[in-house]
Design a protein around this ligand. Structure first.
Ligand code: HEM
Length: 332
C-alpha cells in the first residue's frame, strides 16, 4: 500500500511523540485514578488526539476548551472538591457548556468523544487538557510538562457558576465582568478586570501576560463571541501553513490575532506592539492593555523581544492553569 506524505508524516510524528512521552516518564504511576488509567491508555489517547489535531487543524479551539474548563477556578473556595471549579471536566455538562463564554465549545467536546469511547479509563478532564497541550506542542510551541490522572466531575450538579471567565470588551454600560460567578470581577478597566479574574485563580501578572499569548493561535468568530470580522484576508480560505510547513485546510471565517494563526510562536506580542500591524488583525481591549499597564508591560515587552522567554513562561503558566482545581488520584 502506498502511503500519502501526510499519512507518513502523521505516523512518524506519532511514533516519535509517544516515544518522547514514555521517555519523559510524566508524573504518573501505572495506575493513577479511580478510573484505573494506565500509561498505555494515556499513550493511546495521545496518539488518537494527535491524529484528530493534524487531520482537522482544530488545535486552537482545543486550547480554548481546556482553558475554559480550568479557568472557572476560585482559589478562595475551600469546600470539598469540586466546589472550587477548575480542570475537572465539568464543561462537558449543561448548563456549563451553554454559558455565553463557552459558545462554540460543544463542537470541540464532540470531536474528542471518540477518544473517550476508545479509552474510557482516561478522564474527560485529562482528555481536554491533553488535547490542549498537544495542540501547542504540534503547532511549534513549547513542550509542556503535563501530569495526568485527573478525576472527573460526574454530573450537571457539579458545574461551575456562570461568570468566572474574562470579558474581552466592556458591556454597553462600560463594564467588564460583573457580579455573577463565584466572586465579582466587575471593573471599568480591562487591566483591573483581568487581575480580578486571574488573581481569583491564584495566577499573577507574568502568568496573565504569558497565557494571553495563546491568542497567537486561533480566531474569534462573530457567531461565538460576537467579536472580530466575519472573515479577513488571513481567514478567508487563503493559504495557512502549519509549523511543519505543510498547508492546512480550515473552515474560513473569523478574525485572527496573527497572520500565521496555526503556528504557536511569539507573533501575538510582536503584532500587538506594532502600531503599523495589518488592521485586519484582531486587537481586543484585554490584549491591548498588556502593553499599557505598568505591571503587565515589562512581561509583554520581554515576550515580544524573546520567543524563548515567552515559551519558558508560557509552559510553566500553562501547566499551572491545567492543574487548577484538579483532583489527582492518588494525590502526587
Ligand atoms: C486574558 C483574558 C482572555 C480573554 C478576554 C479571552 C477572550 C477570547 C475571545 C473573545 C476569543 C474568541 C472566541 C470565539 O469567538 O470563538 C478567544 C479565543 C481564544 N482564546 Fe482567549 N481569552 C483570554 C485568555 C485566554 C487564555 C488564558 C487562553 C489559553 C491559555 C486563551 C486561548 C484562546 C484561544 C486558543 C482562542 C482561539 C479559539 C479558536 O480559534 O477557536 N485565551 N479568547
Amino acid at each position: 500500500m502506498k502511503l500519502s506524505p501526510l499519512t507518513l508524516f502523521v505516523l512518524a510524528l506519532t511514533t516519535s511523540d509517544v516515544a518522547a512521552f514514555v521517555h519523559n516518564k510524566p508524573a504518573i504511576s501505572s495506575r493513577v485514578s479511580p478510573l484505573q488509567v494506565t500509561r498505555a491508555d494515556l499513550e493511546g489517547a495521545q496518539e488518537m488526539i494527535d491524529k484528530i489535531l493534524l487531520e482537522r487543524n482544530c488545535g486552537p479551539v482545543m486550547v480554548r476548551l481546556a482553558w475554559h474548563d480550568a479557568g472557572t477556578y476560585d482559589a478562595s473556595i475551600k469546600e470539598e472538591w469540586p466546589a472550587a471549579g477548575g480542570a475537572v471536566g465539568s464543561i462537558r455538562f449543561e448548563p456549563e457548556i451553554n454559558h455565553g463564554a463557552n459558545a462554540g465549545l460543544a463542537g470541540a467536546v464532540k470531536l474528542l468523544e471518540p477518544v473517550k469511547a476508545a479509552f474510557p479509563d482516561v478522564s474527560y478532564a485529562d482528555i481536554f487538557q491533553m488535547a490542549s497541550a498537544r495542540s501547542i506542542e504540534l503547532a511549534g510551541g513549547p513542550k509542556i510538562d503535563m501530569k495526568y490522572g485527573r478525576c472527573d466531575t460526574t454530573g450537571p450538579h457539579q458545574c461551575s457558576k456562570e461568570g468566572n471567565l474574562p470579558d474581552a470588551e466592556p458591556s454597553p454600560e462600560g463594564k467588564y465582568g460583573g457580579p455573577g460567578g463565584t466572586a465579582s470581577t466587575e471593573d471599568k478597566t480591562p487591566n483591573g478586570h483581568l487581575r480580578k479574574v486571574f488573581y481569583r485563580m491564584g495566577l499573577n501578572d507574568e502568568e496573565i501576560v504569558a497565557l494571553s499569548g495563546a491568542h497567537t493561535f486561533g480566531r474569534a468568530y462573530k457567531d461565538r463571541s460576537g467579536l472580530g470580522a466575519t472573515e479577513t484576508k488571513f481567514t478567508n480560505g487563503s493559504k495557512q501553513v502549519r509549523a511543519d510547513g505543510t498547508e492546512a485546510k480550515y473552515n474560513p471565517g473569523g478574525s485572527s490575532w496573527t497572520e500565521r494563526w496555526l503556528v504557536f510562536d511569539n507573533s501575538y506580542f510582536t503584532t500587538m506592539a506594532d502600531s503599523k500591524a495589518d488592521p485586519e488583525l484582531l486587537k481586543l481591549s484585554t490584549d491591548k492593555t498588556l502593553f499599557d499597564d505598568d505591571g503587565f508591560k515589562p512581561f509583554a515587552e520581554k515576550f515580544r523581544d524573546s520567543q524563548d522567554a515567552f515559551f519558558e513562561s508560557y509552559a510553566k503558566a500553562h501547566k499551572k492553569l491545567s492543574e487548577l482545581g484538579s483532583k489527582f488520584e492518588p494525590v502526587e
